[in-house]
Design a protein around this ligand. Sequence first.
Ligand SMILES: NC(=O)NC(NC(N)=O)C(=O)[O-]
Ligand SMILES: [Zn+2]
Ligand SMILES: [Zn+2]
Length: 450
Amino acid sequence: MSTYDLIIRNGTIVTSFSESKGDIAIKNGLISEISECGGLKGTCLKEIDATDLHIFPGLIDSHVHFNEPGRTEWEGFSTGSRSLAAGGVTTFFDMPLNSFPPTINKEGFELKKKLASQKSIVDFRLWGGLVPNNLNDLEDLYHCGVIGFKAFMSPSGIDEFQNADDITLYKGMEKIASFGSILAVHAESTVITEQLAEQKRLSGKKSALDYCESRPIVSEIEAVGRILSFAETTGCKVHIVHASSSKVISLVTKAKEKGVDVTVETCPHYLSLSSDDFMKIGPVAKCAPPLRDADEVEALWESFANGEVDIIGSDHSPAPPAMKQVKDNDMFKVWGGISGAQTTLMILLEEGYWKRGIPLKRIVEATSANPAKRFGLYPQKGNISVGSEADLAIINLNQLYRLSEEDLFYRHPYSPFIGRTYRGKNVTTIVKGKVVFENGKISSKYETIP
Ligand SMILES: NC(=O)NC(NC(N)=O)C(=O)[O-]
Ligand SMILES: [Zn+2]
Ligand SMILES: [Zn+2]
């Protein structure tokens, strides 16, 4: 008779391609058996009854800014990873900024890796940066094991992480293609956004609406078109992050049809908040690209439903509260970034599954299977199958609750979603077989923040 570390019984197991009831046995951090309910024979150290609950592969959040080292007071791996665990996320990919130093060379990578290994309670990978003057560091970063490279096409808001000019992009992409790696891009046009911002400044216009108008959808379309042409020429794999509009997504779809190796991410905030919400909620909802109007939000859901959105990432990019407050009535001066690491799944369940009838399989695909596939982690991650890592989120789809500040594990517990009501809550999170979140709490072993 087998002995297991953990058995989860009677849950509905959801993957990107199937949904069925069953039991899951875990040993040494891996899924060692899956059977029909009641079919598992053997003993175990711990058992979880998942009757009436759904089991998803743990989410993979391929886009967070935890800002450690250097700006740990903005977030950090301890608080950031706990918020992910609460939200059912079992792996994150940390962006190469806004940490100091940024992850643009081997030293920066090793330092961040050490800190994340000590402090994170979920699994992680690190992005490397492509910035002007670090072309000679890309190969080292690749050998360090970066999950991919990230570049900005417009200013990042952080002096030590400069946006890449076209030559840096093009040459960087030639190199990245030579290793078979991938470039993720923040695609907004510097020319368009800076000219429009300057016009607003000269006419004294600084409201939330003015900020949105200074970063129109066409600015994303122009930048995405440019990066796609570089991708076609260099053969470099490209991943467009935080597309705010279905118009950007369809540009990517057309490029895929032409054979360009490109994928696209959008974020829960673009799917659940509009520019009108931004006017009402204020600076906590400021991000770049900005929130769009309600018709755009609906069109983005269409792109999500029909599979054109490959990946959902949170783009969790917090800052200290003082930087998220309006000073001099000027929205342009507020830090651009939304805190969303903890809320991805609940938003997709409420707004997608419950309100718009999006199948759970599609949600699993965009939050887990696709990021695992795109970044070379599938099927060890992103799936529930024998031999895959036991990264799981156990979800009560019917649990109704109102999000409050006390629910948030962030270093600074603000969020544009506070006060909203959601159906569907992650109740237990398992990372490589270890229960890190249970019954609405971080497991006692991980409670103390280092
Ligand atoms: N420096 C940042 O963290 N920027 C982020 N800020 C946003 N999206 O508002 C981003 O991903 O571009
Ligand atoms: Zn960005
Ligand atoms: Zn980001």
